[in-house]
Design a protein around this ligand. Structure first.
Ligand code: PEP
Length: 245
């Protein structure tokens, strides 16, 4: 399976910094696009411009979130229709910062997933357990429940969905899961996905990935790519991660 390396810029970078990043990134010709897909999630404001700059490249662009309504009086929200109209291909949903800081429920995430898929966007759904859940040996239960609540009944869209397994305690903390532990969870996720979607879906790992540990994750049997936050903000470290494998 082709690996997918995705950058989640979160709420980082000014407009100029975003444009400079893309221009610098485009100067590099070390990426083997036969072997991997590259995807960037800039903040909403820059999605159209980043797409324009990357138009003639195989690099894909996505939005970090979406509301489920198509349009209307929802000040501050962005709909899947709008994202699609910019020609972005992807949307990231259920990120732990959305679940925990903005209190997004599984029910809301499911509505966003359905609405985005109906608009023709590829959905990357994030799942992962919090530290207390891990310490109570609830990792598999939590992940199973998040997957089922978001994706049950969506078999028709199976080839539009990717999963990012991101243990909450590993995001932005410098404490990544061990590649072997992550791979076990990925294998479990793939079994669940075969049940609910009937598909062989790509499952990415996210949580404190950096140029030093990227290869170890990417060489695990069940890890099909990486979702990278902090280490995707600098061209060099993002490229080192991409080229680690
Ligand atoms: C993320 O934002 O999805 C993420 C994994 O962040 P970090 O790489 O900084 O842990």
């Amino acid at each position: 399976m082709k690996k997918l390396i995705a950058a989640n810029w979160k709420m980082h970078k000014t407009y100029k910094e975003a444009v400079d990043f893309i221009n610098d990134f485009l100067k590099e010709d070390s990426i083997d696009f036969e072997k991997k897909d590259i995807l960037i999630y800039p903040p909403f404001l820059y999605v159209c411009e980043v797409l324009r700059l990357l138009e003639k490249t195989p690099i894909k662009v996505g939005a970090q979130n979406a509301y489920f309504e198509k349009k209307g009086a929802f000040t501050g929200e962005i709909s899947p229709v709008m994202i699609k109209s910019c020609k972005a291909e992807y949307v990231l949903l259920g990120h732990s910062e959305r679940r925990h800081i903005f209190k997004e429920s599984d029910e809301l995430i499911r509505k966003k997933v359905i609405s985005s898929l109906e608009e023709g966007l590829r959905v990357m759904l994030c799942v992962g357990e919090a530290l207390e859940e891990r310490e109570s040996s609830l990792t598999f239960k939590v992940v199973e429940s998040q997957l089922k609540l978001a994706l049950a009944g969506l078999k028709d869209y199976a080839n539009m969905i990717e999963i990012a397994y991101e243990p909450v305690w590993a995001i932005g903390t410098g404490k990544s899961a061990s590649p072997e532990d992550a791979s076990k969870v990925h294998s479990f996720i793939k079994d669940i996905l075969k049940d609910i979607l009937g598909s062989n879906t790509r499952v990415l790992y996210g949580g404190s990935v950096n140029p030093k540990n990227a290869k170890e994750f990417l060489t695990q049997e069940h890890i099909d790519g990486l979702l990278v936050g902090g280490a995707s903000l600098e061209v060099k470290s993002f490229l080192d991660i991409i080229n680690a494998y």
